[in-house]
Design a protein around this ligand. Sequence first.
Ligand SMILES: C[S@@+](CC[C@H](N)C(=O)[O-])C[C@H]1O[C@@H](n2cnc3c(N)ncnc32)[C@H](O)[C@@H]1O
Length: 298
Amino acid sequence: MNTIWSKHVQGIHTLYSSRTLRFNDFFAPQYLPLFALDGDKPLKILEIGCGPGALAAALHRWYPQAEITALDRDSEFIRFARKNVPGVTFLEGDATALPFPDGTFDVTISNTVAEHIEPSAFYGEQRRVLRDGGVCLVLSGRRGLHAYPEVKQSDFEQAFWNKVAQHDDSLERYAVCKYPMSEMEMPHAMTQHGFSAVRTGYAIIDLTPDDPKYPAAMAHAMIDARRHNDLDAIASARRSFPDHVSEEEAAEMSRIVNERYDARIAQYHRGEKVWDTGVSITMIVRGVKGGNGGKSSC
Ligand SMILES: C[S@@+](CC[C@H](N)C(=O)[O-])C[C@H]1O[C@@H](n2cnc3c(N)ncnc32)[C@H](O)[C@@H]1O
Protein backbone atom coordinates (compact mmCIF):
# COMPACT_ATOMS: atom_id res chain seq x y z
CA MET A 1 0.00 0.00 0.00
CA ASN A 2 1.52 3.30 -1.14
CA THR A 3 0.10 6.55 0.28
CA ILE A 4 3.15 8.77 -0.05
CA TRP A 5 1.67 11.35 -2.41
CA SER A 6 -1.64 11.77 -0.62
CA LYS A 7 -0.04 11.88 2.84
CA HIS A 8 3.12 13.90 2.26
CA VAL A 9 3.00 15.69 -1.09
CA GLN A 10 -0.53 16.79 -2.06
CA GLY A 11 -3.66 15.86 -0.14
CA ILE A 12 -6.79 14.35 -1.68
CA HIS A 13 -8.90 17.49 -1.24
CA THR A 14 -6.22 19.81 -2.59
CA LEU A 15 -6.02 17.83 -5.82
CA TYR A 16 -9.68 16.95 -6.14
CA SER A 17 -10.97 20.49 -5.58
CA SER A 18 -8.37 22.25 -7.75
CA ARG A 19 -8.72 19.77 -10.61
CA THR A 20 -12.51 19.63 -10.45
CA LEU A 21 -12.38 23.37 -11.16
CA ARG A 22 -9.68 23.06 -13.80
CA PHE A 23 -11.74 20.39 -15.61
CA ASN A 24 -15.10 22.08 -15.07
CA ASP A 25 -17.39 21.90 -18.11
CA PHE A 26 -17.04 25.67 -18.33
CA PHE A 27 -13.54 25.09 -19.73
CA ALA A 28 -14.36 22.08 -21.94
CA PRO A 29 -14.43 24.24 -25.11
CA GLN A 30 -10.73 24.89 -24.57
CA TYR A 31 -9.71 21.27 -24.03
CA LEU A 32 -11.85 19.38 -26.54
CA PRO A 33 -10.41 20.82 -29.77
CA LEU A 34 -6.89 20.20 -28.45
CA PHE A 35 -7.70 16.61 -27.47
CA ALA A 36 -9.24 16.17 -30.95
CA LEU A 37 -10.84 12.79 -30.18
CA ASP A 38 -13.89 11.36 -31.87
CA GLY A 39 -16.42 11.25 -29.03
CA ASP A 40 -18.83 9.15 -31.08
CA LYS A 41 -16.43 6.20 -31.01
CA PRO A 42 -16.31 3.77 -28.06
CA LEU A 43 -12.73 4.79 -27.27
CA LYS A 44 -10.69 2.93 -24.68
CA ILE A 45 -8.99 5.65 -22.65
CA LEU A 46 -6.32 5.18 -19.99
CA GLU A 47 -5.51 7.97 -17.56
CA ILE A 48 -2.06 7.69 -15.97
CA GLY A 49 -1.44 9.13 -12.46
CA CYS A 50 -5.11 10.00 -12.03
CA GLY A 51 -4.88 11.13 -8.38
CA PRO A 52 -8.35 11.37 -6.81
CA GLY A 53 -10.03 11.26 -10.21
CA ALA A 54 -11.18 14.74 -11.27
CA LEU A 55 -9.91 14.50 -14.85
CA ALA A 56 -11.31 10.96 -15.20
CA ALA A 57 -14.70 12.32 -14.07
CA ALA A 58 -14.54 15.04 -16.73
CA LEU A 59 -13.53 12.52 -19.43
CA HIS A 60 -16.54 10.40 -18.49
CA ARG A 61 -18.82 13.45 -18.97
CA TRP A 62 -17.12 14.62 -22.17
CA TYR A 63 -16.84 11.19 -23.82
CA PRO A 64 -19.87 9.23 -22.59
CA GLN A 65 -19.27 6.46 -25.19
CA ALA A 66 -15.72 5.84 -23.95
CA GLU A 67 -14.52 3.10 -21.63
CA ILE A 68 -12.26 4.86 -19.14
CA THR A 69 -9.61 3.25 -16.95
CA ALA A 70 -7.57 5.39 -14.56
CA LEU A 71 -4.48 4.33 -12.65
CA ASP A 72 -2.38 5.74 -9.82
CA ARG A 73 0.09 4.18 -7.42
CA ASP A 74 -1.36 5.97 -4.39
CA SER A 75 -3.97 3.72 -2.75
CA GLU A 76 -5.73 6.57 -0.91
CA PHE A 77 -6.39 8.39 -4.18
CA ILE A 78 -7.76 5.20 -5.75
CA ARG A 79 -9.96 4.49 -2.73
CA PHE A 80 -11.38 8.05 -2.84
CA ALA A 81 -11.89 7.98 -6.64
CA ARG A 82 -13.73 4.64 -6.55
CA LYS A 83 -16.11 6.08 -3.99
CA ASN A 84 -16.68 9.48 -5.60
CA VAL A 85 -16.31 9.09 -9.36
CA PRO A 86 -18.83 6.77 -11.01
CA GLY A 87 -18.45 5.29 -14.48
CA VAL A 88 -14.65 4.89 -14.43
CA THR A 89 -12.52 1.83 -13.53
CA PHE A 90 -9.83 2.91 -11.05
CA LEU A 91 -6.74 0.75 -10.51
CA GLU A 92 -3.75 0.93 -8.24
CA GLY A 93 -0.62 0.53 -10.35
CA ASP A 94 2.70 1.88 -11.54
CA ALA A 95 2.98 4.03 -14.67
CA THR A 96 6.45 2.56 -15.32
CA ALA A 97 5.06 -1.01 -15.49
CA LEU A 98 1.49 -0.70 -16.74
CA PRO A 99 -0.55 -3.83 -16.02
CA PHE A 100 -2.00 -4.08 -19.56
CA PRO A 101 -1.04 -6.03 -22.70
CA ASP A 102 0.43 -4.21 -25.71
CA GLY A 103 -2.01 -2.26 -27.87
CA THR A 104 -4.88 -2.19 -25.34
CA PHE A 105 -5.89 1.50 -25.54
CA ASP A 106 -6.93 4.09 -28.13
CA VAL A 107 -5.89 7.03 -25.93
CA THR A 108 -3.58 7.63 -22.98
CA ILE A 109 -3.81 10.87 -21.02
CA SER A 110 -2.22 12.37 -17.92
CA ASN A 111 -2.29 15.70 -16.09
CA THR A 112 0.75 17.03 -14.19
CA VAL A 113 2.36 13.59 -14.06
CA ALA A 114 5.07 13.66 -16.77
CA GLU A 115 7.41 15.80 -14.64
CA HIS A 116 7.52 13.15 -11.90
CA ILE A 117 8.40 10.05 -13.94
CA GLU A 118 11.54 9.16 -15.88
CA PRO A 119 10.62 10.04 -19.51
CA SER A 120 11.63 6.84 -21.30
CA ALA A 121 9.51 4.79 -18.89
CA PHE A 122 6.66 7.33 -18.92
CA TYR A 123 6.38 7.55 -22.72
CA GLY A 124 7.62 4.02 -23.43
CA GLU A 125 4.89 2.35 -21.40
CA GLN A 126 2.16 4.52 -22.94
CA ARG A 127 3.48 3.77 -26.41
CA ARG A 128 3.42 0.06 -25.61
CA VAL A 129 -0.19 -0.04 -24.36
CA LEU A 130 -1.49 2.18 -27.19
CA ARG A 131 -2.59 0.56 -30.42
CA ASP A 132 -1.18 1.81 -33.72
CA GLY A 133 -2.77 5.16 -34.52
CA GLY A 134 -3.61 5.67 -30.83
CA VAL A 135 -3.26 9.11 -29.24
CA CYS A 136 -1.06 10.15 -26.31
CA LEU A 137 -2.14 13.34 -24.52
CA VAL A 138 0.18 14.89 -21.95
CA LEU A 139 -1.18 17.79 -19.91
CA SER A 140 1.29 19.81 -17.93
CA GLY A 141 0.85 22.79 -15.62
CA ARG A 142 2.77 25.88 -16.69
CA ARG A 143 3.34 29.12 -14.88
CA GLY A 144 0.23 31.21 -14.33
CA LEU A 145 -0.85 34.37 -12.66
CA HIS A 146 -1.76 34.42 -9.01
CA ALA A 147 -2.92 37.58 -7.27
CA TYR A 148 -4.31 37.35 -3.75
CA PRO A 149 -4.71 40.09 -1.15
CA GLU A 150 -1.81 40.31 1.22
CA VAL A 151 -2.71 38.49 4.41
CA LYS A 152 -1.32 39.76 7.67
CA GLN A 153 -0.25 36.52 9.31
CA SER A 154 -0.10 36.39 13.09
CA ASP A 155 3.21 35.52 14.80
CA PHE A 156 1.71 32.12 15.54
CA GLU A 157 1.05 31.40 11.85
CA GLN A 158 4.43 32.67 10.75
CA ALA A 159 6.18 30.49 13.33
CA PHE A 160 4.16 27.47 12.16
CA TRP A 161 5.03 27.86 8.46
CA ASN A 162 8.69 28.66 9.24
CA LYS A 163 8.93 25.47 11.23
CA VAL A 164 7.35 23.46 8.41
CA ALA A 165 9.72 25.00 5.84
CA GLN A 166 12.69 24.08 8.03
CA HIS A 167 11.78 20.39 8.12
CA ASP A 168 10.03 19.87 4.79
CA ASP A 169 12.21 17.86 2.41
CA SER A 170 9.31 16.11 0.64
CA LEU A 171 10.21 17.38 -2.85
CA GLU A 172 13.67 15.77 -2.85
CA ARG A 173 12.66 12.84 -0.69
CA TYR A 174 9.79 11.75 -2.96
CA ALA A 175 11.36 12.84 -6.28
CA VAL A 176 8.62 15.38 -6.92
CA CYS A 177 9.22 17.23 -10.23
CA LYS A 178 12.46 15.35 -10.77
CA TYR A 179 12.02 15.52 -14.57
CA PRO A 180 10.79 19.04 -15.39
CA MET A 181 10.56 20.04 -19.07
CA SER A 182 10.17 23.38 -20.79
CA GLU A 183 7.53 24.13 -23.40
CA MET A 184 10.20 23.39 -26.03
CA GLU A 185 11.31 20.12 -24.48
CA MET A 186 7.84 18.63 -24.03
CA PRO A 187 7.00 18.10 -27.73
CA HIS A 188 10.59 17.00 -28.44
CA ALA A 189 10.30 14.33 -25.75
CA MET A 190 7.16 12.96 -27.36
CA THR A 191 8.82 12.77 -30.77
CA GLN A 192 11.97 11.19 -29.32
CA HIS A 193 9.86 8.50 -27.72
CA GLY A 194 8.30 7.42 -30.98
CA PHE A 195 5.18 9.55 -31.41
CA SER A 196 4.41 11.45 -34.61
CA ALA A 197 2.11 14.30 -35.72
CA VAL A 198 3.01 15.98 -32.43
CA ARG A 199 1.21 19.21 -31.69
CA THR A 200 0.81 21.53 -28.73
CA GLY A 201 -1.81 23.88 -27.34
CA TYR A 202 -2.69 25.72 -24.14
CA ALA A 203 -5.78 25.97 -21.95
CA ILE A 204 -6.03 29.09 -19.81
CA ILE A 205 -8.05 28.51 -16.68
CA ASP A 206 -9.15 31.76 -15.10
CA LEU A 207 -10.37 31.31 -11.53
CA THR A 208 -11.63 34.73 -10.47
CA PRO A 209 -14.52 34.29 -8.02
CA ASP A 210 -15.73 37.88 -8.38
CA ASP A 211 -16.13 37.63 -12.15
CA PRO A 212 -19.91 37.59 -12.78
CA LYS A 213 -19.46 35.07 -15.60
CA TYR A 214 -19.07 32.41 -12.90
CA PRO A 215 -22.10 31.10 -10.99
CA ALA A 216 -22.00 31.39 -7.17
CA ALA A 217 -21.35 27.65 -6.69
CA MET A 218 -18.24 27.89 -8.85
CA ALA A 219 -17.04 31.03 -7.06
CA HIS A 220 -17.43 29.18 -3.73
CA ALA A 221 -15.50 26.23 -5.12
CA MET A 222 -12.68 28.58 -6.17
CA ILE A 223 -12.38 30.01 -2.67
CA ASP A 224 -12.72 26.58 -1.08
CA ALA A 225 -10.00 25.11 -3.32
CA ARG A 226 -7.58 27.52 -1.64
CA ARG A 227 -8.97 26.58 1.77
CA HIS A 228 -8.41 22.86 1.01
CA ASN A 229 -4.87 23.54 -0.09
CA ASP A 230 -4.05 25.25 3.23
CA LEU A 231 -5.90 22.69 5.39
CA ASP A 232 -4.20 19.77 3.62
CA ALA A 233 -0.78 21.44 4.08
CA ILE A 234 -1.44 21.77 7.82
CA ALA A 235 -2.60 18.15 8.13
CA SER A 236 0.39 16.96 6.12
CA ALA A 237 2.79 18.93 8.37
CA ARG A 238 1.27 17.29 11.45
CA ARG A 239 1.58 13.82 9.85
CA SER A 240 5.08 14.36 8.49
CA PHE A 241 6.64 16.06 11.53
CA PRO A 242 4.71 14.87 14.60
CA ASP A 243 7.67 15.72 16.85
CA HIS A 244 7.60 19.36 15.74
CA VAL A 245 3.93 20.07 15.02
CA SER A 246 1.51 19.27 17.83
CA GLU A 247 -2.14 18.27 17.46
CA GLU A 248 -3.16 21.52 19.20
CA GLU A 249 -1.05 23.72 16.90
CA ALA A 250 -2.48 22.01 13.80
CA ALA A 251 -6.04 22.45 15.14
CA GLU A 252 -5.46 26.15 15.86
CA MET A 253 -3.98 26.69 12.38
CA SER A 254 -6.99 24.98 10.79
CA ARG A 255 -9.34 27.21 12.80
CA ILE A 256 -7.53 30.34 11.55
CA VAL A 257 -7.61 29.15 7.94
CA ASN A 258 -11.33 28.30 8.09
CA GLU A 259 -12.08 31.70 9.60
CA ARG A 260 -10.14 33.42 6.79
CA TYR A 261 -11.94 31.64 3.96
CA ASP A 262 -15.35 31.89 5.66
CA ALA A 263 -14.76 35.66 5.76
CA ARG A 264 -13.84 35.65 2.05
CA ILE A 265 -17.06 33.80 1.19
CA ALA A 266 -19.07 36.28 3.30
CA GLN A 267 -17.40 39.13 1.41
CA TYR A 268 -18.38 37.49 -1.87
CA HIS A 269 -22.00 37.34 -0.73
CA ARG A 270 -22.00 40.99 0.32
CA GLY A 271 -20.95 41.80 -3.23
CA GLU A 272 -17.68 43.28 -1.96
CA LYS A 273 -15.31 42.74 -4.87
CA VAL A 274 -11.78 41.62 -4.05
CA TRP A 275 -10.79 40.55 -7.57
CA ASP A 276 -8.37 37.95 -6.25
CA THR A 277 -7.45 35.55 -9.00
CA GLY A 278 -5.53 32.42 -9.88
CA VAL A 279 -5.01 31.88 -13.59
CA SER A 280 -3.34 28.63 -14.51
CA ILE A 281 -1.99 27.61 -17.89
CA THR A 282 -2.10 23.98 -18.92
CA MET A 283 -0.01 22.83 -21.83
CA ILE A 284 -1.49 20.01 -23.88
CA VAL A 285 0.86 17.95 -26.04
CA ARG A 286 -0.72 15.47 -28.44
CA GLY A 287 1.09 12.74 -30.35
CA VAL A 288 0.10 9.70 -32.38
CA LYS A 289 1.62 6.24 -32.16
CA GLY A 290 3.30 5.16 -35.40
CA GLY A 291 1.39 3.73 -38.36
CA ASN A 292 -0.65 5.47 -41.05
CA GLY A 293 1.77 8.38 -41.45
CA GLY A 294 1.01 9.52 -37.91
CA LYS A 295 -2.69 9.86 -38.70
CA SER A 296 -4.81 9.22 -35.64
CA SER A 297 -7.92 7.12 -35.90
CA CYS A 298 -9.46 8.31 -32.64
C1 LIG B 1 0.65 16.14 -9.28
S1 LIG B 1 -0.23 14.65 -8.96
C2 LIG B 1 -1.48 14.77 -10.22
C3 LIG B 1 -2.67 13.88 -9.96
C4 LIG B 1 -3.80 14.02 -10.99
N1 LIG B 1 -3.33 13.77 -12.33
C5 LIG B 1 -4.42 15.38 -10.87
O1 LIG B 1 -4.18 16.23 -11.74
O2 LIG B 1 -5.13 15.59 -9.89
C6 LIG B 1 0.86 13.40 -9.58
C7 LIG B 1 0.26 12.01 -9.48
O3 LIG B 1 1.12 11.08 -10.13
C8 LIG B 1 1.10 9.88 -9.36
N2 LIG B 1 2.32 9.15 -9.70
C9 LIG B 1 3.61 9.56 -9.59
N3 LIG B 1 4.43 8.60 -10.02
C10 LIG B 1 3.66 7.54 -10.40
C11 LIG B 1 3.93 6.26 -10.93
N4 LIG B 1 5.17 5.84 -11.18
N5 LIG B 1 2.88 5.46 -11.21
C12 LIG B 1 1.61 5.86 -10.97
N6 LIG B 1 1.29 7.05 -10.48
C13 LIG B 1 2.31 7.90 -10.20
C14 LIG B 1 1.05 10.37 -7.92
O4 LIG B 1 0.62 9.36 -7.04
C15 LIG B 1 0.08 11.53 -8.06
O5 LIG B 1 -1.25 11.11 -7.90
